[in-house]
Design a protein around this ligand. Structure first.
Ligand code: ASP
Length: 324
């Protein structure tokens, strides 16, 4: 066999094996990294769509919780994973805000990931342990200002959505309280209901049940309009602080270089999950809904991530000391 024939043969073999891999993808479980602790709101969204994607893909989507450092440890784990379609990241708005909050991240927020699609936009609620004295938002503000040395504010670390909301809140009331970071707001919620920490901002995907059960006090929702699931809860706009409005958008990513056929299958499975009646019903119970399918695409997520990095950078810089 001549060298040329050998080379052609090799090229043919490579093409065939890549084609076969694309056709058989996925042929083993897929790891979906959640950059926060189990039992929290990001974890809840991941498990709901993961279950549906498991059915569509015919392979188990296994959730791996890599909490800590506001979601940046989990994002780093995926940025460095093999780009073969078997590791994905379910992250939220923190993927955009951490780009400004951290002097140096161990990954490139845009360059190290392949976007798969947007998932859902979840509002946050401002809540407290149930025996904290204030009974409405104005009283909460006055209480925090008067007790700045005593009040503790839980969050999931610098870069988390709870951090962003807490930063906006402290900046709006020009008051720094003591921040208590957790690996996720799942464990933080345990401490809040246990009365070990005072105040927290967290997604409705974690707080709706606790608010409805009276396990925590709720003061406001960070949405532009009241939620049908929590109709008595005023919006931050009604409470006089529209600058606290924030939608915690969630996106699904793979490591940079993941083959396009795998990205396409993952996008299709995500879109199927967002149309799954069970997912829709659970999302609705938790005060949210799937994004429109046109947003559950790589292009829409790429554009949104870039726009959100640009949108939050000046706000975070202006918040100065409240951003620590
Ligand atoms: N809600 C959390 C946050 O503050 C994360 C989580 O535990 O899901 O970003």
């Amino acid at each position: 066999m001549t060298m040329k024939a050998l080379a052609l043969g090799l090229a043919g073999a490579i093409t065939i094996s890549l084609g076969a891999a694309a056709q058989t993808y996925p042929n083993r479980p897929i790891t979906m990294v959640v950059p926060f602790a189990a039992g929290g709101p990001t974890d809840t969204v991941a498990r709901l769509i993961g279950q549906s994607m498991t059915q569509t893909l015919g392979q188990q989507v296994v959730i791996e919780n890599v909490g800590g450092a506001g979601g940046t440890l989990g994002a780093a784990r995926v940025a460095k994973a093999t780009a073969d379609g078997y590791t994905v990241l379910l992250h939220h708005i923190g993927h955009a805000t951490s780009a400004t909050l951290y002097r140096k991240l161990p990954y490139d927020t845009i360059g190290d990931f392949e976007p798969i699609g947007l998932v859902t936009d979840v509002p946050m609620t401002i809540i407290a342990k149930k025996d904290l004295p204030p009974n409405n938002f104005q009283e909460l503000v006055a209480f925090m200002k008067a007790n700045r040395d005593k009040v503790s504010l839980a969050n999931a670390g610098v870069g988390a959505a709870s951090h962003l909301c807490g930063m906006l809140f402290q900046s709006a009331i020009q008051t720094v309280v003591t921040t208590v970071p957790y690996r996720g707001t799942g464990p933080a919620m345990n401490d809040l209901t246990g009365g070990h920490v005072d105040v927290m901002c967290d997604q409705t995907t974690n707080t709706t049940g606790q608010i409805t059960a009276g396990a925590v006090k709720a003061y406001a929702v960070t949405a532009p309009a009241r939620l049908s699931t929590l109709p008595n809860l005023p919006t931050v706009g009604e409470a006089g602080m529209p600058q606290l409005e924030v939608a915690v958008w969630h996106g699904l990513y793979a490591p940079k270089g993941t083959p396009k056929p795998a990205i396409d299958r993952l996008t299709a499975a995500l879109q199927a999950a967002l149309q799954d009646a069970t997912v829709k019903a659970r999302f609705a119970d938790l005060g949210t809904e799937p994004v429109a399918l046109a947003r559950a695409t790589p292009d829409a997520l790429r554009a949104h991530l870039t726009a959100e990095i640009d949108r939050w950078a000046p706000i975070i810089k202006a918040a100065g000391e409240y951003a620590d």
